[in-house]
Design a protein around this ligand. Structure first.
Ligand code: ATP
Ligand code: MG
Ligand code: MG
Ligand code: MG
Length: 569
């Protein structure tokens, strides 16, 4: 039998009649029921043959487009010495998501959640002259992140497949061109995978960096991110970025009127990464707290990420909230009302302070407890990461930054992320080179991820609910499902054989359901497996007539078998 024709009796496709109770997301249910994946432990999955075929097809597309964009594939170790992570400063900063282990000599290692350290160290040791730059590298690798809440099947795993790419350029202009080439490649990749997606402006999270960053979002209800967009002018950003942008604009307006705020306390000394690790939420969602005096009242201003912000601007942009300093034994939830200086920005910000932060702020403010009012104390054990999502300074229906039209909110799944890193890693890991004039320079880096296994789930999540799964042709495990209603019927078998040979001749991948099952069982399984094209050979086989369905469009038609084979090609 040709490699293009596969008999279903020879495959491991353990379909399930019922959706397992633990699967909340539609894609998770579909993948389990269709026998594409099985869970080994929370957030850790086996890819069964059909699921792996889809992943391989996605990987092929990723490889073709990354190669096209001038990137070379390599493969880096998953097991990495902790020492390297100490050098970049991320060994502590990455927090509980980083999986740490020891070898038999008690040397510390990590399982790579990402590979900036390894690749930058490689570039540092192997490249030292401008003549070898720009350098563009990528890999497709298993990543390990001990996610606080692995869920939704492959959407948030603890072990998952990522394509990660890294660029080393000689100037920011050169990086701009690389960045553009990657974004173009990403558009082609997601389009070929049959995904609906949009590219949004984003804010740098734990990976950080000096330059701009964009996320590729697949709109889906289950998505954990919010896409803020304007139909009129095409503006699109994630919620955090849109909130920050709205804050900055409001600040520009308010700054001229706002009285100066006297800063009396130093910012608390926790880094954003420490707070991120402590709370177990992405650092992009953490608000740094600072304490100010304004009109004799202590107020807390809050800033997202590690941006440099003018403090008046900050207070006006992010809003000032009355600071609650309570029993320092408790971790506080402080819900603030917008302070007068918040200007046009209406806010309801939950601020989470741990004990140290409270003590530090209070002490530095000078008896901070005395003039603080306590409200809404929530012990730390009741803290839910979801509360962080309450932080919004942009609301659905607000006007848009560019054109003044109404902003639209939608849920999205982050399938890709591109960053201009600049010299964040190359400076600390000594990735330098000598330029044309013989001067020492630091490489300008970018990094670019695609969640390969998440992408598979995102596609499933977007498939229309009415018709069961229907894989886009570009990534389907096979293109055609060829189903004899009765496998033993000699007339049907003969027609199936003719069609299969013709499809094999044309190089079309075809799955033949040669099982001796009842038709109902076969069709139920076929709907679960979700191949986009279907040919059913039934009672009119004697006349050479079969039933043809392009499941992407729906509807069935009876056609001569030759016509069905032609349509499938
Ligand atoms: P998220 O915000 O969903 O936690 P991230 O911003 O932490 O993702 P990146 O560090 O940007 O992720 O990694 C690049 C890509 O890897 C992401 O865009 C996403 O598609 C994928 N990815 C990240 N974490 C996971 C995960 N736990 N399971 C599956 N895919 C993931
Ligand atoms: Mg994450
Ligand atoms: Mg993210
Ligand atoms: Mg990201």
């Amino acid at each position: 039998m040709s490699r293009y024709i596969i008999k279903q009796t020879s495959l491991l496709i353990p379909t399930l009649r019922e959706a397992p109770a633990e699967a909340e997301a539609r894609s998770h249910q579909l993948l389990l029921r269709a026998g594409f994946i099985r869970q080994l432990a929370a957030g850790i999955y086996s890819y069964l043959p059909l699921g792996w075929r889809v992943l391989r097809r996605i990987q092929t597309i990723v490889r073709e487009e990354m190669d096209q964009a001038g990137f070379q594939e390599l493969h880096l170790p998953a097991m990495q010495p902790a020492e390297l992570w100490e050098r970049s400063g991320r060994y502590g900063a990455y927090g509980a998501e980083l999986i740490r282990l020891q070898d038999r000599h008690e040397r510390e290692f990590v399982l790579g959640p990402t590979h900036e350290e390894v690749i930058t160290a490689l570039a540092a040791s192997e490249v030292n002259t401008y003549r070898k730059l720009p350098l563009r590298l990528y890999q497709i690798q298993t990543k390990f992140r001990d996610e606080r809440r692995p869920r939704f099947g492959l959407l948030r795993g603890r072990e998952f497949l990522m394509k990660d790419a890294y660029s080393f350029d000689r100037s920011w202009e050169e990086l701009d061109r690389t960045y553009q080439a990657v974004r173009d490649a990403y558009r082609r990749i997601f389009t070929r995978c049959g995904l609906k997606f949009s590219m949004v402006e984003a804010e740098a999270g734990a990976i950080g960096g000096e330059g701009e960053t964009h996320e590729f979002m697949a709109p889906a209800e289950i998505g954990e991110d919010t896409i803020v967009s304007c139909m009129a002018c095409g503006y699109a950003a994630n919620l955090e970025k849109a909130a920050a942008a709205a804050g900055e604009r409001a600040a520009d307006e308010a700054e001229s009127q706002a009285p100066a705020i006297e800063k009396v306390a130093t910012p608390n000394t926790r880094t954003i990464e420490e707070v991120s690790a402590f709370l177990g939420v992405p650092s992009s969602h953490i608000l740094k707290t600072m304490i100010y005096m304004a009109d004799d009242k202590p107020v807390a201003a809050v800033v997202r990420g590690d941006h440099e912000v003018n403090e008046n601007k900050l207070a006006a942009a992010i809003g000032c909230v009355t600071l609650e300093l309570a029993d320092p034994q408790e971790v506080l939830k402080v819900t603030g009302a917008p302070h007068g200086y918040a200007g046009p920005v209406g806010l309801d910000i939950p601020v989470y302070l741990d004990r140290d932060a409270v003590l530090h702020g209070g002490a530095a403010a000078g008896a901070g407890e005395e003039h603080a009012h306590v409200r809404n104390v929530v012990p730390f054990r009741d803290f839910q990461p979801a509360h962080i999502g309450d932080y919004r300074s942009v609301q659905e229906g607000d006007r848009c930054p560019n054109c003044g039209e109404t902003l639209h909110f939608a849920k999205g799944i982050e399938v890709g992320h591109v960053f201009k890193l600049g010299t964040k890693y190359s400076s600390v890991l000594d990735a330098g080179y000598t330029d044309e004039a013989g001067r020492e320079q630091t490489m300008i880096m970018g990094c670019y991820g695609i969640g390969v296994s998440r992408l598979l789930s995102a596609v499933a999540e977007q498939s229309p609910a009415e018709q069961g799964m229907c894989w886009p042709l570009g990534i389907a495990p096979y293109s055609v499902h060829l189903i004899p209603v009765s496998a033993q019927d000699p007339e049907q078998a003969a027609v199936v054989d003719q069609i299969a040979k013709e499809l094999a001749r044309q190089g079309v991948e075809c799955l033949v359901d040669d099982r001796e099952e009842r038709p109902g069982v076969k069709f139920k399984d076929a709907d679960l497996i979700g191949l986009p094209l279907r040919i059913v050979v039934g009672k009119r086989a004697g006349e050479g007539v079969v039933e043809w369905t392009d499941r992407r469009a729906g509807g069935r038609t009876e056609v001569a078998w030759q016509e069905a084979a032609r349509l499938a090609a």
